[in-house]
Design a protein. Structure first.
Length: 283
C-alpha cells in the first residue's frame, strides 16, 4: 500500500500532523508520498495532484472540509479513495481528527474502513457563441450577483421545463454532500449523502414563497440570467473557479458519471457528524 498526502500549508499544526502521520504509517510498513505543494512545506520532492492520485492507494488530506474541497480540485478526476484528517474537530467530509491518527492508520493497514460514494456535479458554462467550459463540484454550483449590490434576475429550468424566475442574490444547486454547506446557510434542507437528488436553493429571494426544491439527480438543470440590466453574474463551484456569466450565457448542470469515494472509519456516520456539528441535543 502507498498513501498520498496533501496538507494545508495555512492550517496551524499541519506540519506536526504530517510528521505524526508519516511516522505512524511507517511503523505499519506503509509508504507515503506527497503532492508538490506539500513538498514545499515539509521538504522533499512531490507529485502533481493527478499523478499523486494515480500512484496512491488512498490519498489522505490534512486540514478540514475546505482543504478537502481544494484537494479534490487538485487531484482531478480520479477513482482513488480520499480520506480527510481534520486538524481540530471532526468535519462533515473528514474521516477522523488528528488525535485519532493511530486508529486511522490501523484501519488503513487492515482495510477495516468503508467507502462512502458521494455524488459530484458536472457543470458546463455555455457561452452565447457556443464556447463551453466544464467544472466539477462536490458541494454545489452557484450562480449569483456580480458587482452590483442589488438583487438579480435568474431563471431555472429542469429537463427543459421552466421551474421558476427568481429575483434573489443567487441560486444554489447542491449535492446531498453540499446540503450541509452553503445551501444549509441559505435555508435549504439537510439530505442524506446516499440520496440520489439535487437541491435547488435560492439565496435571499425577494419573494419568501420561493423555497428550496429537491429534484432527482438524473435531471438536467439549467441556470441563466433573466435580466439585461443586471450586468454579468458570477458562477462558482465549491467556492472557487469564479466565472462571469453574461446575458447570453447559461449553465447546464448534470450528475457527473464519476463519484467521489470518501473513506469512513467503522462506527462513524453522517448522522453522528450532524449531531456534533449542529449541536443537536436529544432526550
Amino acid at each position: 500500500m502507498k498513501i498520498g498526502i496533501i496538507a494545508n500549508p495555512h492550517k496551524p499544526g499541519a506540519v506536526k500532523a504530517y510528521g505524526r502521520l508519516v511516522a505512524a504509517l511507517a511503523q505499519r510498513g506503509i509508504a507515503s508520498q506527497v503532492d508538490s505543494d506539500t513538498a514545499k512545506l515539509v521538504g522533499g520532492v512531490g507529485l502533481a495532484g493527478p499523478d499523486l492520485a494515480a500512484k496512491s492507494d488512498v490519498v489522505v488530506v490534512l486540514g478540514g472540509d475546505g482543504t478537502m474541497l481544494h484537494a479534490l480540485a487538485t487531484l482531478g478526476r480520479t477513482e482513488t479513495p480520499v480520506a480527510g484528517v481534520n486538524i481540530g474537530t471532526l468535519g462533515f467530509l473528514t474521516s477522523c481528527t488528528d488525535d485519532e491518527l493511530e486508529e486511522f492508520c490501523d484501519a488503513l493497514k487492515s482495510g477495516d474502513f468503508e467507502l462512502s460514494r458521494r455524488t459530484l456535479i458536472s457543470a458546463t458554462v455555455v457561452r452565447g457563441d457556443g464556447r463551453t467550459r466544464e467544472y466539477v463540484a462536490l458541494n454545489e454550483a452557484v450562480l449569483a450577483r456580480g458587482q452590483t449590490g442589488r438583487l438579480v434576475s435568474m431563471k431555472a429550468t429542469v429537463d427543459g421545463d421552466l421551474l421558476n424566475r427568481y429575483r434573489a442574490d443567487g441560486l444554489i444547486v447542491a449535492t446531498p454532500t453540499g446540503s450541509t454547506a452553503y445551501s444549509l446557510s441559505a435555508g435549504g434542507p439537510l439530505i442524506s449523502p446516499s440520496a440520489g437528488v439535487f437541491v435547488i436553493t435560492p439565496i435571499c429571494p425577494h419573494t419568501l414563497s420561493q423555497r428550496s426544491l429537491v429534484v432527482d439527480d438524473a435531471t438536467e438543470i439549467e441556470l441563466a440570467p433573466d435580466g439585461l440590466e443586471d450586468g454579468a453574474l458570477l458562477f462558482t463551484v465549491d467556492g472557487r473557479d469564479c466565472d462571469e456569466i453574461g446575458a447570453a450565457d447559461r449553465v447546464v448542470i448534470r450528475k457527473d458519471p464519476r463519484a467521489l469515494k470518501l473513506v469512513r472509519l467503522p462506527g462513524r456516520s453522517f448522522y453522528g457528524a450532524l449531531r456534533q456539528k449542529l449541536n443537536w441535543r436529544g432526550g
